[in-house]
Design a protein around this ligand. Structure first.
Ligand code: GH3
Ligand code: MG
Ligand code: MG
Ligand code: MG
Length: 315
Protein backbone atom coordinates (compact mmCIF):
# COMPACT_ATOMS: atom_id res chain seq x y z
CA UNK A 1 0.00 0.00 0.00
CA UNK A 2 2.94 2.35 0.62
CA UNK A 3 3.93 1.85 -3.01
CA UNK A 4 0.44 2.93 -4.01
CA UNK A 5 0.39 6.07 -1.88
CA UNK A 6 3.77 7.13 -3.28
CA UNK A 7 2.44 6.72 -6.81
CA UNK A 8 -0.72 8.66 -6.07
CA UNK A 9 1.44 11.50 -4.80
CA UNK A 10 3.89 11.64 -7.71
CA UNK A 11 2.24 10.96 -11.04
CA UNK A 12 4.46 12.59 -13.64
CA UNK A 13 4.97 9.60 -15.93
CA UNK A 14 2.45 7.05 -17.25
CA UNK A 15 1.46 4.30 -14.85
CA UNK A 16 1.42 0.66 -15.95
CA UNK A 17 -0.54 -1.90 -13.97
CA UNK A 18 0.92 -5.39 -14.45
CA UNK A 19 -1.45 -8.20 -13.51
CA UNK A 20 0.17 -11.64 -13.68
CA UNK A 21 0.45 -14.60 -11.32
CA UNK A 22 3.99 -15.41 -12.49
CA UNK A 23 6.51 -13.55 -10.32
CA UNK A 24 9.27 -13.83 -12.88
CA UNK A 25 7.05 -12.54 -15.67
CA UNK A 26 6.01 -9.57 -13.53
CA UNK A 27 9.64 -8.79 -12.84
CA UNK A 28 10.51 -8.88 -16.55
CA UNK A 29 7.53 -6.71 -17.43
CA UNK A 30 8.42 -4.25 -14.69
CA UNK A 31 11.98 -3.94 -15.96
CA UNK A 32 10.87 -3.42 -19.55
CA UNK A 33 8.34 -0.78 -18.58
CA UNK A 34 10.66 1.04 -16.19
CA UNK A 35 13.26 1.22 -18.94
CA UNK A 36 10.66 3.17 -20.93
CA UNK A 37 10.30 5.60 -18.04
CA UNK A 38 6.91 4.36 -16.86
CA UNK A 39 5.87 3.73 -13.28
CA UNK A 40 4.77 0.19 -12.51
CA UNK A 41 2.42 -1.44 -10.04
CA UNK A 42 2.13 -5.24 -9.83
CA UNK A 43 -0.78 -7.44 -8.89
CA UNK A 44 -0.66 -11.28 -8.69
CA UNK A 45 -4.28 -11.88 -9.78
CA UNK A 46 -7.34 -10.19 -11.27
CA UNK A 47 -8.96 -9.48 -7.92
CA UNK A 48 -5.99 -7.56 -6.55
CA UNK A 49 -5.50 -5.94 -9.95
CA UNK A 50 -9.04 -4.60 -9.90
CA UNK A 51 -8.53 -3.08 -6.45
CA UNK A 52 -5.32 -1.39 -7.60
CA UNK A 53 -7.04 -0.21 -10.76
CA UNK A 54 -9.79 1.51 -8.77
CA UNK A 55 -7.29 3.33 -6.57
CA UNK A 56 -4.73 4.25 -9.19
CA UNK A 57 -6.47 4.75 -12.54
CA UNK A 58 -3.46 3.48 -14.50
CA UNK A 59 -2.76 4.54 -18.08
CA UNK A 60 -2.59 0.95 -19.27
CA UNK A 61 -3.07 -2.57 -17.93
CA UNK A 62 -0.81 -5.45 -18.96
CA UNK A 63 -2.94 -8.46 -18.25
CA UNK A 64 -2.14 -12.16 -18.07
CA UNK A 65 -4.93 -14.38 -19.36
CA UNK A 66 -4.65 -17.34 -16.98
CA UNK A 67 -4.36 -16.65 -13.26
CA UNK A 68 -5.80 -18.14 -10.08
CA UNK A 69 -8.55 -16.41 -8.07
CA UNK A 70 -9.60 -14.20 -10.98
CA UNK A 71 -8.41 -14.70 -14.55
CA UNK A 72 -7.77 -12.01 -17.15
CA UNK A 73 -11.06 -12.48 -18.97
CA UNK A 74 -13.11 -11.96 -15.82
CA UNK A 75 -10.90 -8.99 -14.89
CA UNK A 76 -11.66 -7.43 -18.29
CA UNK A 77 -15.38 -7.94 -17.93
CA UNK A 78 -15.38 -6.37 -14.45
CA UNK A 79 -13.29 -3.46 -15.73
CA UNK A 80 -15.85 -2.76 -18.44
CA UNK A 81 -18.53 -2.48 -15.78
CA UNK A 82 -16.66 0.31 -13.95
CA UNK A 83 -17.67 3.89 -14.84
CA UNK A 84 -14.17 4.76 -16.11
CA UNK A 85 -13.17 1.23 -17.08
CA UNK A 86 -13.94 1.28 -20.76
CA UNK A 87 -11.40 4.01 -21.55
CA UNK A 88 -8.19 2.50 -20.22
CA UNK A 89 -6.34 0.28 -22.71
CA UNK A 90 -5.84 -3.34 -21.69
CA UNK A 91 -3.06 -5.28 -23.37
CA UNK A 92 -3.70 -8.96 -22.86
CA UNK A 93 -0.68 -11.23 -22.60
CA UNK A 94 -1.67 -14.76 -23.48
CA UNK A 95 0.27 -17.94 -23.76
CA UNK A 96 -2.61 -19.42 -25.62
CA UNK A 97 -2.21 -18.84 -29.30
CA UNK A 98 -5.40 -20.49 -30.37
CA UNK A 99 -7.95 -18.30 -32.09
CA UNK A 100 -10.57 -18.93 -29.47
CA UNK A 101 -8.69 -17.31 -26.60
CA UNK A 102 -7.78 -14.32 -28.76
CA UNK A 103 -11.48 -13.93 -29.62
CA UNK A 104 -12.31 -14.37 -25.93
CA UNK A 105 -9.82 -11.65 -24.98
CA UNK A 106 -11.36 -9.13 -27.38
CA UNK A 107 -14.90 -10.14 -26.43
CA UNK A 108 -14.00 -9.50 -22.78
CA UNK A 109 -12.94 -5.97 -23.72
CA UNK A 110 -9.17 -6.23 -24.21
CA UNK A 111 -7.78 -3.49 -26.47
CA UNK A 112 -4.98 -5.57 -27.94
CA UNK A 113 -2.95 -8.70 -27.21
CA UNK A 114 0.55 -10.15 -27.44
CA UNK A 115 1.52 -13.78 -27.07
CA UNK A 116 4.14 -15.46 -24.90
CA UNK A 117 7.04 -15.83 -25.34
CA UNK A 118 7.05 -12.07 -25.41
CA UNK A 119 8.73 -10.21 -28.24
CA UNK A 120 9.95 -7.32 -26.10
CA UNK A 121 10.45 -4.75 -28.87
CA UNK A 122 6.88 -5.39 -30.07
CA UNK A 123 5.50 -5.11 -26.55
CA UNK A 124 7.25 -1.78 -25.96
CA UNK A 125 5.88 -0.32 -29.21
CA UNK A 126 2.34 -1.54 -28.51
CA UNK A 127 2.36 -0.13 -24.98
CA UNK A 128 3.73 3.20 -26.18
CA UNK A 129 1.11 3.50 -28.90
CA UNK A 130 -1.78 2.48 -26.64
CA UNK A 131 -0.76 5.00 -23.97
CA UNK A 132 -0.48 7.76 -26.59
CA UNK A 133 -3.91 6.93 -27.99
CA UNK A 134 -5.50 6.85 -24.57
CA UNK A 135 -3.90 10.16 -23.54
CA UNK A 136 -5.09 11.76 -26.77
CA UNK A 137 -8.56 10.39 -26.15
CA UNK A 138 -8.62 11.84 -22.64
CA UNK A 139 -7.46 15.24 -23.91
CA UNK A 140 -10.16 15.25 -26.57
CA UNK A 141 -12.75 14.30 -24.01
CA UNK A 142 -11.84 17.09 -21.62
CA UNK A 143 -11.63 19.58 -24.52
CA UNK A 144 -15.10 18.43 -25.51
CA UNK A 145 -16.38 19.00 -21.99
CA UNK A 146 -14.94 22.51 -22.01
CA UNK A 147 -16.59 23.22 -25.38
CA UNK A 148 -19.94 21.93 -24.17
CA UNK A 149 -19.66 24.15 -21.11
CA UNK A 150 -18.69 27.20 -23.18
CA UNK A 151 -21.68 26.65 -25.45
CA UNK A 152 -24.04 27.06 -22.51
CA UNK A 153 -22.36 29.75 -20.41
CA UNK A 154 -22.36 33.51 -20.89
CA UNK A 155 -18.77 34.76 -21.03
CA UNK A 156 -19.24 38.05 -19.19
CA UNK A 157 -21.42 36.92 -16.28
CA UNK A 158 -20.74 33.16 -16.15
CA UNK A 159 -24.50 32.69 -15.96
CA UNK A 160 -26.40 30.28 -18.18
CA UNK A 161 -26.68 31.84 -21.65
CA UNK A 162 -29.75 32.14 -23.86
CA UNK A 163 -29.21 28.71 -25.41
CA UNK A 164 -29.05 27.11 -21.96
CA UNK A 165 -32.10 29.12 -20.92
CA UNK A 166 -34.07 27.82 -23.92
CA UNK A 167 -33.05 24.22 -23.21
CA UNK A 168 -33.85 24.40 -19.52
CA UNK A 169 -37.17 26.11 -20.12
CA UNK A 170 -38.20 23.49 -22.65
CA UNK A 171 -37.14 20.59 -20.40
CA UNK A 172 -38.93 22.11 -17.40
CA UNK A 173 -42.01 22.66 -19.56
CA UNK A 174 -42.14 19.01 -20.62
CA UNK A 175 -41.55 17.70 -17.10
CA UNK A 176 -44.12 19.92 -15.45
CA UNK A 177 -46.69 19.14 -18.15
CA UNK A 178 -46.33 15.51 -17.05
CA UNK A 179 -46.43 16.39 -13.36
CA UNK A 180 -49.19 19.02 -13.81
CA UNK A 181 -47.32 21.56 -11.70
CA UNK A 182 -46.77 25.28 -12.18
CA UNK A 183 -43.81 26.87 -13.89
CA UNK A 184 -42.86 30.43 -13.04
CA UNK A 185 -40.66 32.70 -15.13
CA UNK A 186 -39.24 36.03 -13.99
CA UNK A 187 -37.72 38.42 -16.51
CA UNK A 188 -35.51 41.12 -14.97
CA UNK A 189 -34.36 44.20 -16.87
CA UNK A 190 -31.93 46.78 -15.51
CA UNK A 191 -33.53 50.23 -15.39
CA UNK A 192 -32.04 53.01 -17.54
CA UNK A 193 -28.96 50.98 -18.29
CA UNK A 194 -28.15 52.89 -21.46
CA UNK A 195 -27.85 55.99 -19.27
CA UNK A 196 -25.67 54.01 -16.86
CA UNK A 197 -23.21 53.21 -19.66
CA UNK A 198 -23.32 56.80 -20.87
CA UNK A 199 -22.58 58.13 -17.38
CA UNK A 200 -20.08 55.62 -16.01
CA UNK A 201 -18.62 54.05 -19.14
CA UNK A 202 -18.98 50.67 -20.78
CA UNK A 203 -16.47 48.95 -18.48
CA UNK A 204 -18.39 50.05 -15.41
CA UNK A 205 -21.51 48.79 -17.21
CA UNK A 206 -19.90 45.38 -17.58
CA UNK A 207 -18.93 45.34 -13.88
CA UNK A 208 -22.48 46.25 -12.97
CA UNK A 209 -23.85 43.40 -15.13
CA UNK A 210 -21.52 40.98 -13.34
CA UNK A 211 -22.67 42.05 -9.91
CA UNK A 212 -26.34 41.95 -10.85
CA UNK A 213 -25.82 38.49 -12.39
CA UNK A 214 -24.23 37.20 -9.19
CA UNK A 215 -27.05 38.60 -7.13
CA UNK A 216 -29.78 37.14 -9.33
CA UNK A 217 -27.97 33.82 -9.32
CA UNK A 218 -27.99 33.77 -5.52
CA UNK A 219 -31.80 33.95 -5.66
CA UNK A 220 -32.07 30.71 -7.63
CA UNK A 221 -32.08 28.43 -4.60
CA UNK A 222 -33.56 25.10 -5.67
CA UNK A 223 -31.58 22.63 -7.77
CA UNK A 224 -34.11 22.88 -10.63
CA UNK A 225 -34.07 26.72 -10.65
CA UNK A 226 -32.02 28.44 -13.31
CA UNK A 227 -30.69 31.99 -13.48
CA UNK A 228 -29.73 33.05 -17.00
CA UNK A 229 -28.57 36.04 -18.97
CA UNK A 230 -31.49 36.42 -21.32
CA UNK A 231 -30.12 39.31 -23.37
CA UNK A 232 -27.88 42.39 -23.00
CA UNK A 233 -29.08 43.77 -19.65
CA UNK A 234 -31.91 41.31 -19.21
CA UNK A 235 -31.87 38.30 -16.93
CA UNK A 236 -34.27 35.45 -16.35
CA UNK A 237 -35.14 33.11 -13.52
CA UNK A 238 -36.78 29.80 -14.34
CA UNK A 239 -38.58 28.48 -11.27
CA UNK A 240 -40.11 25.03 -11.77
CA UNK A 241 -42.83 23.75 -9.43
CA UNK A 242 -43.43 27.32 -8.29
CA UNK A 243 -46.78 29.09 -7.96
CA UNK A 244 -47.28 32.81 -8.58
CA UNK A 245 -46.85 33.61 -4.88
CA UNK A 246 -43.51 31.85 -4.76
CA UNK A 247 -42.45 33.79 -7.86
CA UNK A 248 -43.36 37.09 -6.17
CA UNK A 249 -41.24 36.15 -3.15
CA UNK A 250 -38.23 35.44 -5.35
CA UNK A 251 -38.77 38.72 -7.24
CA UNK A 252 -38.88 40.61 -3.93
CA UNK A 253 -35.72 38.83 -2.86
CA UNK A 254 -33.98 39.90 -6.09
CA UNK A 255 -35.11 43.51 -5.66
CA UNK A 256 -34.02 43.57 -2.01
CA UNK A 257 -30.57 42.19 -2.77
CA UNK A 258 -30.00 44.46 -5.78
CA UNK A 259 -30.95 47.46 -3.64
CA UNK A 260 -28.52 46.28 -0.96
CA UNK A 261 -25.71 46.39 -3.53
CA UNK A 262 -26.13 50.18 -3.53
CA UNK A 263 -24.61 50.64 -6.98
CA UNK A 264 -24.82 54.40 -7.65
CA UNK A 265 -26.83 55.40 -10.73
CA UNK A 266 -27.26 59.18 -10.79
CA UNK A 267 -28.79 59.32 -14.27
CA UNK A 268 -31.58 56.82 -13.55
CA UNK A 269 -35.17 58.01 -13.72
CA UNK A 270 -36.17 55.42 -11.13
CA UNK A 271 -33.74 55.84 -8.22
CA UNK A 272 -30.25 57.03 -7.26
CA UNK A 273 -28.97 53.47 -7.39
CA UNK A 274 -29.20 50.62 -9.90
CA UNK A 275 -32.63 49.01 -9.90
CA UNK A 276 -34.52 46.37 -11.85
CA UNK A 277 -37.96 46.05 -13.33
CA UNK A 278 -39.36 42.53 -13.18
CA UNK A 279 -42.12 40.68 -14.97
CA UNK A 280 -43.48 37.52 -13.37
CA UNK A 281 -45.60 34.92 -15.13
CA UNK A 282 -46.87 31.52 -14.00
CA UNK A 283 -48.59 28.78 -15.99
CA UNK A 284 -49.25 25.07 -15.71
CA UNK A 285 -47.50 23.80 -18.87
CA UNK A 286 -49.58 21.91 -21.43
CA UNK A 287 -48.22 19.43 -23.99
CA UNK A 288 -50.13 21.12 -26.82
CA UNK A 289 -48.54 24.53 -26.28
CA UNK A 290 -44.93 25.66 -25.78
CA UNK A 291 -42.84 27.86 -23.45
CA UNK A 292 -43.13 30.92 -25.69
CA UNK A 293 -46.58 31.45 -24.09
CA UNK A 294 -44.86 31.91 -20.73
CA UNK A 295 -42.13 34.16 -22.13
CA UNK A 296 -44.74 36.40 -23.76
CA UNK A 297 -46.67 36.72 -20.48
CA UNK A 298 -43.53 37.55 -18.48
CA UNK A 299 -42.49 40.06 -21.16
CA UNK A 300 -45.88 41.79 -20.94
CA UNK A 301 -45.62 41.96 -17.15
CA UNK A 302 -42.14 43.43 -17.48
CA UNK A 303 -43.44 46.06 -19.89
CA UNK A 304 -46.12 46.99 -17.35
CA UNK A 305 -43.48 47.38 -14.63
CA UNK A 306 -41.51 49.71 -16.89
CA UNK A 307 -44.60 51.69 -17.86
CA UNK A 308 -45.62 52.08 -14.23
CA UNK A 309 -42.34 53.85 -13.42
CA UNK A 310 -39.68 51.06 -13.19
CA UNK A 311 -38.03 49.66 -10.01
CA UNK A 312 -40.95 47.29 -9.38
CA UNK A 313 -42.40 43.95 -10.32
CA UNK A 314 -45.65 43.10 -12.08
CA UNK A 315 -47.49 39.80 -12.53
P1 GH3 B 1 -35.11 50.67 -19.64
O1 GH3 B 1 -35.17 51.20 -18.23
O2 GH3 B 1 -36.32 51.01 -20.41
O3 GH3 B 1 -34.81 49.22 -19.67
O4 GH3 B 1 -33.93 51.44 -20.35
P2 GH3 B 1 -32.52 50.88 -20.76
O5 GH3 B 1 -31.64 52.02 -21.05
O6 GH3 B 1 -32.01 49.91 -19.73
O7 GH3 B 1 -32.86 50.00 -22.02
P3 GH3 B 1 -32.26 50.02 -23.46
O8 GH3 B 1 -32.79 48.79 -24.10
O9 GH3 B 1 -32.55 51.34 -24.14
O10 GH3 B 1 -30.69 49.91 -23.28
C1 GH3 B 1 -30.08 48.77 -22.84
C2 GH3 B 1 -28.61 49.07 -22.75
O11 GH3 B 1 -27.87 47.95 -22.26
C3 GH3 B 1 -28.01 49.44 -24.07
C4 GH3 B 1 -26.80 48.56 -24.20
O12 GH3 B 1 -25.67 49.26 -24.62
C5 GH3 B 1 -26.59 48.04 -22.80
N1 GH3 B 1 -25.92 46.75 -22.82
C6 GH3 B 1 -26.36 45.60 -23.33
N2 GH3 B 1 -25.44 44.61 -23.18
C7 GH3 B 1 -24.38 45.16 -22.55
C8 GH3 B 1 -23.12 44.66 -22.12
O13 GH3 B 1 -22.77 43.50 -22.29
N3 GH3 B 1 -22.29 45.52 -21.48
C9 GH3 B 1 -22.65 46.83 -21.27
N4 GH3 B 1 -21.79 47.61 -20.62
N5 GH3 B 1 -23.81 47.33 -21.69
C10 GH3 B 1 -24.68 46.53 -22.31
MG1 MG C 1 -0.64 -16.88 -15.73
MG1 MG D 1 -33.74 45.72 -22.03
MG1 MG E 1 -33.11 48.14 -19.38
Amino acid sequence: MSEISTILEQRDSPLVLVVDDDVFMRLQLRRAMEQEGYQVVEAPNGEQGLEDYKHLHPDIVLLDALMPIMDGFTFCAKLQALPSGDRTPVLMITGLEDEESVAQAFAAGATDYVTKPIHWAVLRQRVKRLIQQSQLHRQLESANQVLQRLALVDGLTQLANRRCFDQHLYQSWQRLARERLSLTLILCDIDCFKAYNDTYGHQAGDDCLQQIAKTISSCARRPADLAARYGGEEFALILPSTESRGGVKVAQDVQYKVKALQLPHNSSQASHSVTLSLGIATVVPQFDSNPSVLVTLADKALYQAKAAGRNQYCT
